[in-house]
Design a protein around this ligand. Sequence first.
Ligand SMILES: Cc1cc2nc3c(=O)[nH]c(=O)nc-3n(C[C@H](O)[C@H](O)[C@H](O)COP(=O)(O)OP(=O)(O)OC[C@H]3O[C@@H](n4cnc5c(N)ncnc54)[C@H](O)[C@@H]3O)c2cc1C
Ligand code: SF4
Length: 495
Amino acid sequence: MLGDQLDPTGPAFRGHRPGDARVLMIESEHALARLPYNRERRVLVIGAMRRFADRLRAAGWAVDLRRAPTLFAGVMAHAAEEEPDRIVVAHPASRSGLALVRRVAGALPVQVEIREPVGFITRPGELDEILGARQPRMDTFYRAMRRRLGILVDADGEPVGGAWSMDAENRKPPPRTRDLGAPAPWLPAADDPLDRELRHEFASLPEIGGGGERVMAADQGEAEAALDRFIETRLAGFGPHQDAMMDDDWAMSHALLSGPLNLGILSPERVARRVADALGDGAPIASVEGFVRQVIGWREYVWGWYWKRTWRTANALGAEAPVPAALRGGSTRMRCVEVAMDGIHRRGYSHHIQRLMVLGTLMLLRGTEPWAASRWFQAAHVDGAAWVMAPNVIGMALYADGGGMMTKPYAASGAYIKRMSNHCRSCPYDPTAGAGPDACPFTTLYWDFLDRHRERLGQNHRMALSMRNLAKRQDIPAIRARAREVMAALDTGVD
Ligand SMILES: Cc1cc2nc3c(=O)[nH]c(=O)nc-3n(C[C@H](O)[C@H](O)[C@H](O)COP(=O)(O)OP(=O)(O)OC[C@H]3O[C@@H](n4cnc5c(N)ncnc54)[C@H](O)[C@@H]3O)c2cc1C
Ligand code: SF4
């Protein structure tokens, strides 16, 4: 079992009972140290594997959970000791995992059976089957998924509530209070002994953020508690402010479920059905639809896109800059970046809009090299995974696939962050200014980005309004000059 396949009812168990098969799980030293991961990520993933192994043992399974230099070495060592006559594994969630399984199959004289993946509703390659000849767009895919699963559709296959999307009712700016006022999310016990032990165990590995706060569920019991708490107390407020950000509210109304979903602990279909059922208990349709869209829409769409193309070399905008220094341990005066980085350092978590519209947009506008950006995101967040990184970072946030996934880049100036957060009120920069020493780096770089990519973006009709606004600006030379200063500051960490 790979570390992201932690479902005791998963496909690898089908047809087996305790006593007729052994479960092999490997803590790979190479995988643990491959990137400077956030310590809370290591705590979550290894902690989840150890808890899962204990649970299986309690149910009577023989479990070999071993530490090995690499996954391959671990399988070989196990095979030499136990001489299995057959290996059964769920389809890995990454290309490197699949390559590993194939290498094992080539190296051992036993049958290796690859079953369906854990943690997804669709199979690799199924995105194209679902979309057929239609344009690969999330909305088209999402409607097809709702109809296929019978979630939030009536007997005629039409959307419950009269519309496929409630986005118009969501996406509100934050209230003028200190925080959103949402009930607290489920959190594990702060003094969990296994977490403490693991933090100590990993203390010497290079890392982003020293952590100290695990915020995601690491076993089935915790995940059920987190899901219940979300549905019962926080779901109603999810929709309206799902795109908002606040200085003093790191979780807003988000579910904090990506970790257990990505580890195979929670089933996405069950999560979506439970949330859809909450409609019958009075949860508002806008919030229910907004959340279901994330899980059976965006999450599955991103998973489908991962298998649709190779991502390693995608760099349509020719971006070559390093990850901004403020994200590599440097300090920053940009309040929005500071708040997102505080969440990463403490918890290995920033919420979706911080990832997309602050950290991702900063890297897009600066021209950060896409693969470096993707590796950074994967290391920094507790829920990172190869399949989720490539499409979200390289495709969605950085537009480095040249518009395969998204119809236009998510480029935005400080005006967007000002509207959707309260960060700018306590920031020394001016979100409305594009040039001058107080200009907001996002605003300067936004205009400079449009200017730098005039030719490509000018051909995109969805960018027409932005390009017309660019053409009206009289201060482009001053913006260019300021952009050079901002870029140098971002690279060296003196903003
Ligand atoms: C640049 C960038 C990097 C991201 N990195 C990751 C990552 O490392 N791991 C990860 O799981 N998600 C990632 N996402 C997607 C999304 O931001 C996170 O899933 C979400 O913030 C996790 O927090 P939550 O559980 O509180 O989510 P909520 O906001 O409560 O959303 C509910 C669920 O929807 C799913 N979801 C929503 N959007 C996406 C999406 N675009 N891709 C995949 N799942 C989605 C997640 O499973 C999430 O748990 C990234 C998005 C962007 C733009
Ligand atoms: S002014 Fe600019 S840098 Fe400061 S918080 Fe607002 S958007 Fe971020």
